[in-house]
Design a protein. Structure first.
Length: 418
């Protein structure tokens, strides 16, 4: 077989089927500019991270200014202003009850930290618990722990023997919500350490949406059973679901919350795991063996924190959330005609995210239609990356309704592909 010419091994890429990568030179707002001169609309926010648009001037300025002062410092035994300001701004924006902020550098690591916090708590109070309860079809990242609490399938079949066992509750499909709640209640009787869930939308699992009341009930069940409730808001945070955080819509205060992706506006890698005071307190001791043993070299990198601080400043301005409300309304207008289009199923929206399933017999992530859709959208100068037969649109908030018209016109045409 012909080998590829570049030595770079790209993520989630089958190089034998996709020999050429799209070379991007510049990004501005909702647009990417390719080396071949094309302007591409970024309809998925470059894998769900870019919130205010590419190279947002306030974030770029913050990065430049910080880069001249301090670019990296060991975060054990040391601190710096950008990290402290990010932590205090986060505690102002998140619901009261989340008291401590642990920094890391990706969504996956924020999940690993959350799981370790939960197990560390039970270990340190002398009531060891190890089991984690998860929701069917979840995605929490690609490291071993994050894969263990995520859906099993083609993505992790090879690594199955390394993944730890979890208890899964079914996804709350419309009309079957009670089965999810009953299963969670049942699973909580076995005294697990924690329940981890993506609030309101399961992202990589196929943009599966469920209502706020189910989220609220799930939190109530965990609270009653004394099981830590971990909200993985890595994707849902930063306005995606129409509110700053998805949990707000259910008036849920998670015990542990993971945020990443849009935390820096999508400019640099950074993540945080927030937790309740009790969890920190269980690690706070004169006994060094009760330390929270987790770090990564770039924990709370100052430049990434400066970008996050600029992002958080934007969210302190109510105009940012009004912009999100406007994008959600624009998305609804663009999506409406598809609700009556028989070629699509499960036409849905939560906040600024829309999803539509192409009505094909062969569905799932490896559906034959997937690569053809990718190529088709590329040819229309659109960055859209369907999950199997599920097409979704998750644009940066600077997207215009003309951009959305272009995106949805291509989606309508894509339905004629098969
Ligand atoms: C993307 C994602 C992750 C993993 O984040 P990375 O930064 O890619 O490691 C975890 N949880 C959810 C819900 C995600 O969407």
């Amino acid at each position: 077989m012909r080998r590829k010419t570049s030595p770079i091994w790209h993520p989630f890429t089958q190089h034998a089927l996709q020999p050429e990568m799209v070379r991007i030179e510049r990004g501005e707002g909702a647009y990417l500019y390719a080396a071949d001169g094309r302007r591409i609309i970024d309809a998925i926010s470059s894998w769900w991270v870019v919130t205010h648009g590419h190279c947002h001037p306030a974030i770029v300025r913050a990065i430049q200014a910080q880069a001249e002062k301090l670019t990296q410092i060991i975060f054990a035994g040391h601190t710096h202003e950008p990290a402290e300001q990010v932590a205090s701004a986060l505690l102002k924006l998140t619901p009261p009850g989340l008291d401590y902020v642990f920094f890391s550098d990706s969504g996956s690591t924020s999940v690993e930290v959350a799981l370790k916090m939960a197990l560390g708590y039970w270990h340190n109070i002398g009531e060891p618990r190890a089991r984690i309860v998860v929701m069917q079809h979840s995605y929490h990242g690609d490291t071993i722990g994050a894969m263990s609490v995520g859906a099993r399938g083609v993505f992790n079949a090879a690594y199955g023997p390394l993944l730890f066992d979890v208890s899964a509750v079914p996804f709350p499909h419309e009309g079957q919500e009670q089965a999810t709640l009953d299963a969670l209640e049942q699973a909580c009787r076995a005294k697990p350490a924690a329940f981890i869930v993506e609030p309101l939308i399961l992202g990589a699992g196929g943009m599966l949406m469920y209502p706020a009341w189910v989220l609220k009930e799930m939190k109530r069940i965990c609270e009653a059973a004394g099981v830590w409730f971990i909200a993985d808001e890595v994707m849902t945070g930063w306005g995606r679901t129409g509110t700053l955080f998805a949990c707000e819509q259910a008036e849920v205060v998670p015990d542990i919350a993971c945020y990443s992706k849009g935390l820096t506006g999508g400019a640099l890698p950074l993540a945080v795991t927030l937790c309740r005071g009790e969890i920190f307190d269980a690690h706070f001791s004169q006994d060094r063996s009760r330390t929270f043993f987790h770090s990564s070299s770039y924990t709370a990198n100052p430049v990434a924190c400066a970008a996050a601080r600029a992002n958080l400043e934007m969210w302190q301005d109510p105009a940012t959330l009004s912009g999100v409300t406007e994008v959600a309304a624009m998305q609804e207008r663009a999506l409406a005609p598809f609700r009556a289009d028989a070629r699509f199923k499960n036409v849905r929206r939560t906040g600024t995210i829309t999803g539509l399933d192409l009505d094909v017999r062969d569905s799932g992530y490896l559906a034959g239609i997937g690569p053809r859709l990718l190529e088709f959208f590329g040819g229309r100068n659109l960055l859209l990356r369907p999950l199997g037969n599920t097409i979704y649109v998750m644009p940066p908030y600077c997207v215009t309704s003309a951009d959305l018209d272009e995106i949805y016109a291509a989606i309508a045409d894509a339905a004629n592909l098969h």
